[in-house]
Design a protein around this ligand. Structure first.
Ligand code: CMP
Length: 140
């Protein structure tokens, strides 16, 4: 059983798609092990995306991620990291497959509706960055 980390980004929250995104995860067999709605500070968003610090889109990305509330989640299930990535689709919605969350709910490569960990190692870092150990509930 794996855990992965997911963010419903400000554009999807603003568009009232929290329920649609969560329903999709549940329908595909992922369970919510932790969840919070919050508004990221600039410092918190910068720290989260630190690996992209030198990329030209970094400043804009941090601005976008702090423009409104986000939903932070820990998802649990078999093969959770890969399953979540499949459900999300490609980073760039123009390349995302039909029916994926990004195809359905993204506005642009930046406002791409959801974030998901790209590996087990990043899942662990990202979960620990936002959640205390006692906030994550094992469901299996
Ligand atoms: P995410 O999966 O959260 O990881 C990094 C984010 O940077 C990505 O989704 C996009 O929201 C954003 N981004 C903006 N421009 C680009 C780009 N050219 N390539 C990759 N990611 C980008």
């Amino acid at each position: 059983m794996e855990r992965t980390f997911s963010i419903i980004k400000p554009n999807a929250v603003a568009d009232n798609n929290i329920g649609n995104v969560i329903a999709r995860f549940e329908k595909e067999g992922l369970r919510i092990a932790a969840l919070k709605l919050t508004h990221l500070s600039k410092e918190k968003a910068e720290g989260f995306y630190i690996e992209h610090k030198e990329r030209p889109f970094f400043g804009s990305l941090v601005g976008f991620m702090t423009e409104g509330p986000v939903v932070l989640m820990v998802l649990e299930g078999e093969n959770a990291v890969e399953k979540n990535r499949k459900i999300m689709g490609a980073t760039n919605p123009a390349q995302a497959e039909e029916g994926t969350l990004r195809k359905l709910y993204a506005k642009s490569i930046e406002a791409n509706a959801v974030h998901g960990s790209d590996s087990l190692a990043s899942a662990e870092r990202e979960i620990n960055y936002f959640f205390d150990k006692n906030e994550v509930k094992a469901r299996f």
